[in-house]
Design a binder for this molecule. Structure first.
Ligand SMILES: Nc1ncnc2c1ncn2[C@@H]1O[C@H](COP(=O)(O)OP(=O)(O)O)[C@@H](O)[C@H]1O
Ligand SMILES: NC(=O)OP(=O)(O)O
Length: 319
């Protein structure tokens, strides 16, 4: 049986500072080249990606110009725009990479709606940073003028924050699974998916941005993937991160990682959601594993030779 892997791409896979279309497409060309390793080895992949910088910028662009003739779109619709934009760039980048390697395979993007609970406490406490960074002075001025919430983002500056409810279900998961089973490289739950709530009549968009790591975890469960790979800016997860006594996690069990969460080793706005998503997926079935690593190490990690590998039984190897 072929391996089925859901890959969640971190921010640096798409944007490394320069927010222009050219720079983001260039970053995706490099990302696609790394992903070819999976395809060459006959691994079926679903690609999920973030959208924090992009959806924030799209939201800002809504305010430009004549808002009567050119009305601003709400955040859920901006999320859909970011899925289309990044999916389009990703398709181009993957097509080019496949061509360079002489591989014939199709790639498709699914505009994905993700159902959330309208009573999720996240709606009362916005935490998801989107868009550009500001100085404290600029952020406080924008808060006073617009009522939007801005918070300091991990020592990097101030950013707007919006609600980030947990994904409950993924409306298009059957379609996504059909594509993957048909051997099509599938881009899905972009930006964590478009947040919707279920009413009796319809799926209704709601203003929020879902965390892509949690959405990728939910999708990996629903398409019955064997592995969830969370790609980010580091090769491994660390305990005592950035301290003289930091230690790299290689193979780790769910129970061991849960203990480390309790000890406060993982930063809430960055590594903690990844670790939580990793635990949830690995815990969902004994044969499932989650890998957290960098894009460069992704394929090596799938072979068990790199990254932090989380499974139900694990075997904590602290290097
Ligand atoms: N305990 C930890 N171990 C490893 N990295 C950590 C840890 N705590 C925080 N980090 C930081 O979190 C980053 C990942 O979060 P972030 O950049 O927000 O994610 P993304 O790649 O999805 O954009 C890592 O690149 C690293 O700098
Ligand atoms: N939606 C989301 O999780 O985006 P980032 O990964 O860019 O924060």
């Amino acid at each position: 049986m072929k391996r089925k892997v859901v890959i969640a791409l971190g921010g640096n896979a798409i944007q490394t500072g320069d927010a222009s279309a050219e720079a983001q497409q260039e970053a995706l060309n490099r990302t696609a080249e790394q992903l070819v390793g999976f395809i060459k080895n006959d691994v079926e992949i679903v690609i999920a990606h973030g959208n924090g910088p992009q959806v924030g910028n799209i939201l800002l662009q809504q305010k430009a110009g004549d808002c009567e003739k050119n009305p601003a779109m709400p955040l859920d619709t901006c999320g859909a725009m970011s899925q289309g934009m990044i999916g389009y760039w990703m398709e181009n980048a993957i097509d080019k990479a496949l061509k360079r390697h002489g591989i014939e395979k199709d790639v498709a993007t699914i505009v994905t709606r993700v159902v959330v609970d309208q009573n999720d406490p996240a709606f009362e406490n916005p935490t998801k940073p989107i868009g550009p960074f500001y100085s404290e002075e600029e952020a406080k001025k924008a808060m006073a003028e617009s009522g939007a919430v801005f918070k300091e983002d991990a020592g990097r500056g101030w950013r707007r924050v919006v609600a980030s409810p947990k994904p409950v279900s993924i409306h298009e998961h059957h379609v996504i699974n059909s594509l993957v089973e048909a051997g099509i490289i599938t881009v899905a739950v972009g930006g964590g998916g478009i947040p919707v709530i279920e009413t009796e009549e319809e799926l209704q968009g709601i203003e929020a941005v879902i965390d892509k790591d949690f959405a990728a975890q939910k999708l990996a469960e629903l398409v019955d993937a064997d592995t969830l790979i969370i790609l980010t800016g580091v090769d491994n997860v660390y305990i005592n991160y950035n301290q003289p006594n930091q230690r790299k996690l290689e193979e780790v069990s769910v129970a061991e990682l849960e203990e480390m969460v309790k000890e406060g080793h993982f930063a809430p706005g960055s590594m903690l959601p990844k670790v939580e998503a990793a635990i949830n997926f690995a815990n969902s079935k004994p044969e499932r594993q989650t890998i957290i690593t960098s894009l460069d190490k992704a394929f090596e990690a799938l072979e068990g030779k790199a990254g932090t590998i989380v499974s139900k039984k694990g075997s904590a190897v602290l290097a």
